[in-house]
Design a protein. Sequence first.
Length: 168
Amino acid sequence: MIIFDSSPLIHLTKIGKIEFVLKLFGKINIPVAVHEEVVEKGIQFGYSDAYLIQNFENEQKILKIKIKKQDSTLINFLHRGEMEVIQLAEKYSKIEKCLIVMDEKKGRLIAEQRNISYISTASLILLLLRKNLIDYNLYCSNLAKYTSYGWFSLQNYQQYIKRGKYYE
């Protein structure tokens, strides 16, 4: 089971890779807080990626899952979406293996403390390359786009280009 936080969902949709993630994992799970932030607020502001994500929800490719009770120990440390992603992973990891996609350091640190597997947006793009869902040229192009939006530092970009070269 893969569970997405807001930023990676937005970023991968904007660079045109959400369909590839769906090919790899079948379905994407998001908590209601992520849906509200990405789809509802995105549509209010007229963001095209919000409509695309809503279409995937309508097709049951992206599934919204409601959290019954918020974890009071996380309220002061994380945004609602990140908190709900971690809670979903904790709940469902008892049933199946869970992987969260999160870029925020605080959230990843808490996930690590709670033994929740996580991956960043850039590492997920690298995984698409490793699984031969994209080629090296597309990988480089996607990382360049990701960096050009200001979501990724030039230093990280260069490190990931080197890492991707191994799978060229």
